[in-house]
Write a protein that binds this ligand. Sequence first.
Ligand code: PMP
Length: 363
Amino acid sequence: MTGITPEVRALMRPSAAALEPYDPAFSPVDVILSANENNYGIPPEVAPVLAKAVTEAAWNRYPVPLGGELRNQLAAWHGVAPEQVIVGNGGDELLFNLFLAFGGAGHALVSCPPTFSVYGLYASMVETPVVEVPREKDFAPNVDALVEAARTATLVVVTSPNNPTGDLFPREGVRRLCEACPGIVLVDEAYIEFADPGSTVEDLLDEYQNLAVLHTFSKAFALAGARVGYVLASPAVVAALAAVRQPYSVSVLDQAAALAAVTHRDAFQPAIQAIRQDRGRLSNMLGGLAPLDVRVWPRQANFLCVRVPHAHEVWCRLRDEHSILVRDFSSTPGLEDCLRITVGKPEENDLVVAALTSILKGE
Ligand code: PMP
């Protein structure tokens, strides 16, 4: 790993010394379609409310650890008790806490790659053995094999819609996993707001005490910079996640911003609907590049996974010659020659299709 001297490496836990830092491969460009952010930003009618809330927040006070009013509002919105909600410093912190609380040596994680790489990173950090049940043709999860593996797991993580393949995990599969797994089943719904209505499995929380559902403000609610996510689960699972949390991980500013978003959540719908609509248009435009060997899958998140010839070279040329950043997955097993393109504003989507076309035509 870059920067670590042999002397310092010798001091590290072997599992930590083996890690590579998470690298989103960001570079400054004109068109950012690489991190599945919401390129519409905060709706104009919410921006002043949010600014006022942040200005008036008690900067001199420590934040309420479990989120106080934010927690109450999230509970009311999702129809659960406040004890069933825990907020974190982005979904990432809650995922880490999940591994801290339930992972570790002898506590197997079952996962379904290709998927969000952070699960594997956190598993390594806390020395959790990982049982991978790879996706099959067209990235469909092998639910039967996952259910079998879940029987001896402490933790199962499935992602719906999945990052980077964009497909929903079948609802019946979640039920079967909750029934088979003696441990916790986390359904990561970071992108659920972009999926067809009724796609969430959070209504199954009443039925399964071992189900946990992850949400974030980073995607549909355009607050990736604020770093707020939350998990809905049984009070006991929430208490376990609270036991390992950093005391004050979600700042008063982040809590105020997220609260403004929750209380004005309807104002985010026009952008969400625009993204959903332009996802279809982008998908059709990319589908039209089939003669140039482009393949795109019909999907449910705010991004599309696309297979193109010589993907890594195409990714570099998009960045260097067209100032467009997408995400390169071509070195990820199972995603050879795949790029992930965030659905941006219509003009951004037009630009990426035009640039791809020109690169692939050798212009
Ligand atoms: N889950 C998935 C599937 C994601 O793609 C991401 C963000 N890339 C997260 C969770 C975490 O998002 P955040 O920490 O911004 O809430």
